[in-house]
Structure formats: structure tokens, C-alpha cells
Write a protein that binds this ligand. Structure first.
Ligand code: UD1
Length: 430
């Protein structure tokens, strides 16, 4: 079993390059099957989630050619079936985007119920409600979502909750529906805007992405395009907190600072210095950080995908902090692991009450999900002694070359997969 082994104690110093946004990439990859013309996608992150979605696209007849590690050429002219039910697709949440994409182009799609990180019940009722409003008949049985119609017809849809997934999914299908669709109470995340921009570059007519009302005029067909994915807001945020927690000095390159404002604001509030440039950010922490209160919210609020990273940082800050999770109900599973490292955190419902401690100590721990896994790596970077993290497959779903990028900043971290590797690491670091 592959694990990360980490010797804590080094401040991170230097420069790190952020990759393309995983969550935008998943929407964009799915959308690329909506035309029979070739599509080139650049700045595609090379992570497990994108690899799994590409496999699913290939399973229905899409040709995906890797031009280089971060560029693919997609040709979906040969799609010959509309059913995606292989076991692996259940592992990722964003498999559901194939529903919107295939429905848009072929009026038919059958996709296995999505999986993804176990961070709450994660219903898909808003996706299905949106499709039904577009005239689609949807049935869920034996683990499959089966959807079909003769014609997609534009509609006026009010989302009961702000949801990234349903906003993107309904936008995909509505792009090729007859007439006009209005999505109210839409999610405003940067990746919603990126998927809309991608679709528009293929000839779609989508206005208002990035606000809470998205207006879509259906078009008859989409054409090929070349498109570069935006930088990953959450990977960038994770490195910002890695700099903060290790009292480091890191230049985070290839970012859109505007997308990181809620994260920068919290870091400044707890005592970091942030310098903003056109497409990079420098995060410097020179002293023990202070406590704060934070509540996760849809964009432009503080992202739920950054909740474990900020809570971990606050667990070493001076004083009492309160972290409230308002998006997913089961997102504090990493707290038990942090407690084993010495953190003093009490979880009550959707709130974590954190009493800052002076230090963590190394332990053997497991990543419970993607972002929590990344947060545990941050904890290990400052812990006294050695930490071994299991279940890193979760972390690899969303972070490309995480140990390599951290090593370049001075972290002592390696990916190992045997007791022998672990002993070798221990001998090396002393
Ligand atoms: C996406 C991201 C995930 C991020 C989350 C919130 C991807 C692949 N994943 O997940 O990293 O944490 O946005 O920013 O992009 N909900 C419903 N009914 C639905 C859909 C959602 O009630 O049909 C609820 C969810 O339970 C949750 C909230 O809406 O409480 C937000 O979920 P949503 O934005 O849809 O998350 P995902 O798209 O699954």
C-alpha cells in the first residue's frame, strides 16, 4: 500500500507552480463529448479524477489522445453508446457530468450513481429536478440513473440549494436544448464560469455565469475548440496554508488572485503577510498565527474544500478558533487523526471548537478523504518526528505531484510502498 512518509520541521521556502483546476477540468472534459469535432484541452491536471473520467469517456467511444502531460485532444465523433456503468466510475463524483453532456448531445444517458469523497449524503435531487424541467424522463434504479427524452426544451429552473454540480450539469444539457433556459440561485464558483466559457468557445450561448442567474439560449450544435483550464483555486489555497503553517515564505505561481480572496483574507486576519501580483501570490508567515472564526460558504465565501486545511492551521494557532462547516455534514473526519497528533479539537454538530496547541507530534494516520488528506500532510510538515499517512489514493485524486512540489519547497516527504522504503527514509533523515 502506498503511503506518504514525512519528517516535519522545515519551513517551506521557494516557488511552486499551480496546475489546472480539477473541478473545472471534470466539467470541461465531460462537455468536450458534446461535439463531434476535435477539442484540445490545455492545462489539464494529471490527477486520478481526470484519469477516471477520461476512461469513462473512452468507454462510450470517445478517442482521447495525450499530446503532452497536460494537453489532450478529444474526438467524440465515434460515440456509439450512452451507458457508463463500469465500477470505476462510481469512485468519482463528477461522473454525473456525463449525464448532462450525453443528454445534451444525444437526448439519452445512463450513468451509474456517483461516488466521490464520503463527506456527507451528497444527494443529486437538484440535478434530476433540472433535467426533468428540461423535459427529460429520469429513473433511478439498481444503482443507475437512466435519463432520456425526444427533445430537450429550455426551462426556468430555481435551484433549492446552491450547488456547483447541478448548476454545471443542467447548464451542459440546456446548451443544446430548444429555446431559453434560466438557472436561478446558480453556483458562482470559478469552475462554473470556466465550464461556461469553454462551452461558449464551442459555440454555446451562455450568459451570467459567475452570478446567481445563468441564461442559456440553446444552440443546435457545438463545434471544436482549443481551451486552457483555469488554475486550481484549492491546490493554490492548500499551498498558501502550507506556507502559513510551516512559517514559510512561498511564491505561489500561476494563480488568479481574485479567486483566492476569501483565503487570503483569512490568512491576513490570522497574521500572515500576502503580496499579490498579476498571476502569483506570496505568502509569508514569521510568527505564531492567531485564532479566528470561519464558516464555509458557496463562492465567494470561504470554500468547504479549504476547511480541513484552515482548521489544521488553527489547531496550532494561539487561542480558541471556531470552524463551522455549512456545506457538507460529514467533513470533520480528519479531526480524530489530528487529535492523535496532539490537536485539541472538539466537534459539535457542524462546528469544530479548536484550542490552539504549541506543537503536533508525528503519528501513523490515514487520509479520510481528498482535502482532509491534504490537511493531514500539512500537519505532518510541522509535526515533531515522523508521520506516515495511509490511503493517499484520496490525495492523489486531486493533487498532482504533491510530494514532489512540497519537496522542492524544502519539505522532507516521500511516497513509499514497503517497510523497506520506510526504513530507508528513516535512515536517510536520521
Ligand atoms: C463540488 C466539488 C467539491 C466541492 C463542492 C462545494 C466537484 C467535482 N466537486 O461538489 O469539491 O466541495 O462542489 O464547493 O466539482 N446538494 C443537494 N442536492 C443536489 C446537489 C447538491 O442538496 O442535487 C447539496 C449538497 O449536499 C451540498 C451542497 O448542495 O450540501 C453543495 O453541493 P455541490 O455544490 O453540488 O457539491 P458537488 O458538486 O458535489
Amino acid at each position: 500500500m502506498e503511503q506518504y512518509i514525512i519528517k516535519g520541521g522545515n519551513p517551506l521556502v521557494g516557488e511552486v507552480e499551480i496546475g489546472g483546476a480539477k473541478n473545472a477540468a471534470l466539467g470541461i472534459l465531460a462537455a468536450s463529448v458534446m461535439t463531434s469535432e476535435p477539442v484540445v484541452i490545455e492545462n489539464l491536471p494529471d490527477v486520478r479524477d481526470t484519469a477516471v473520467l477520461i476512461q469513462a469517456m473512452e468507454s462510450v467511444g470517445t478517442r482521447v489522445e495525450r499530446i503532452d502531460r497536460h494537453t489532450v485532444r478529444i474526438n467524440a465523433s465515434g460515440i456509439d453508446n450512452y451507458t457508463i456503468d463500469d465500477g470505476y466510475i462510481k469512485k468519482i463524483r463528477a461522473s454525473y457530468y456525463m449525464l448532462g453532456a450525453l443528454l445534451g448531445r444525444f437526448n439519452q444517458a445512463n450513468v451509474a450513481l456517483p461516488g466521490g469523497c464520503n463527506i456527507g449524503s451528497r444527494p443529486i435531487d437538484q440535478h434530476l429536478k433540472g433535467f426533468r424541467a428540461l423535459g427529460v424522463k429520469v429513473e433511478v434504479s439498481r444503482g443507475m440513473i437512466c435519463a432520456g427524452c425526444d427533445n430537450l426544451v429550455g426551462s426556468h429552473i430555481y435551484m433549492d440549494v446552491v450547488t456547483v454540480g447541478a448548476t454545471i450539469n443542467v447548464m451542459l444539457a440546456a446548451t443544446l436544448a430548444a429555446g431559453k433556459t434560466i438557472i436561478e440561485n446558480a453556483a458562482k464558483e470559478p469552475h462554473v464560469v470556466d465550464v461556461a466559457n469553454f462551452l461558449n468557445s464551442m459555440g454555446a450561448n451562455i450568459k451570467g455565469a459567475g452570478t446567481d442567474v445563468i441564461r442559456i439560449k440553446g444552440v443546435e450544435k457545438l463545434h471544436g475548440t482549443t481551451y486552457s483550464i483555469i488554475p486550481d483555486q484549492i491546490e493554490a489555497g492548500t499551498f498558501m496554508f502550507a506556507a502559513a503553517i510551516t512559517k514559510g515564505d512561498v511564491m505561489i505561481k500561476n494563480v488568479i488572485p481574485k479567486h483566492l480572496e476569501s483565503i487570503s483574507a483569512k490568512l491576513i486576519e490570522i497574521g500572515c503577510q500576502i503580496e499579490e501580483f498579476d498571476d502569483c501570490l506570496r505568502v509569508v508567515a514569521t510568527k505564531r498565527l492567531s485564532s479566528t472564526h470561519v464558516k464555509t460558504l458557496p463562492y465567494p465565501g470561504f470554500p468547504t474544500d479549504m476547511q480541513p486545511q484552515i482548521a489544521t492551521t488553527l489547531a496550532l494557532s494561539e487561542g480558541t478558533s471556531i470552524v463551522t462547516e455549512s456545506i457538507f455534514e460529514n467533513r470533520f473526519k480528519y479531526v480524530g487523526e489530528l487529535q492523535r497528533m496532539g490537536a485539541n479539537i472538539k466537534v459539535e454538530g457542524n462546528t469544530a471548537i479548536i484550542e490552539g496547541v504549541d506543537s503536533f507530534s508525528g503519528a501513523e494516520i490515514s487520509a479520510p478523504d481528498l482535502r482532509a488528506g491534504a490537511a493531514l500532510v500539512l500537519a505532518a510538515l510541522v509535526a515533531e518526528g515522523i508521520t506516515i499517512i495511509d490511503d493517499i489514493i484520496y490525495i492523489e485524486r486531486g493533487y498532482e505531484d504533491f510530494p514532489e512540489k512540497l519537496s522542492l519547497l524544502g519539505a522532507v516527504i516521500e511516497k513509499v510502498d514497503s517497510e523497506r522504503d520506510i526504513q530507508k527514509f528513516k535512515l536517510k533523515v536520521g
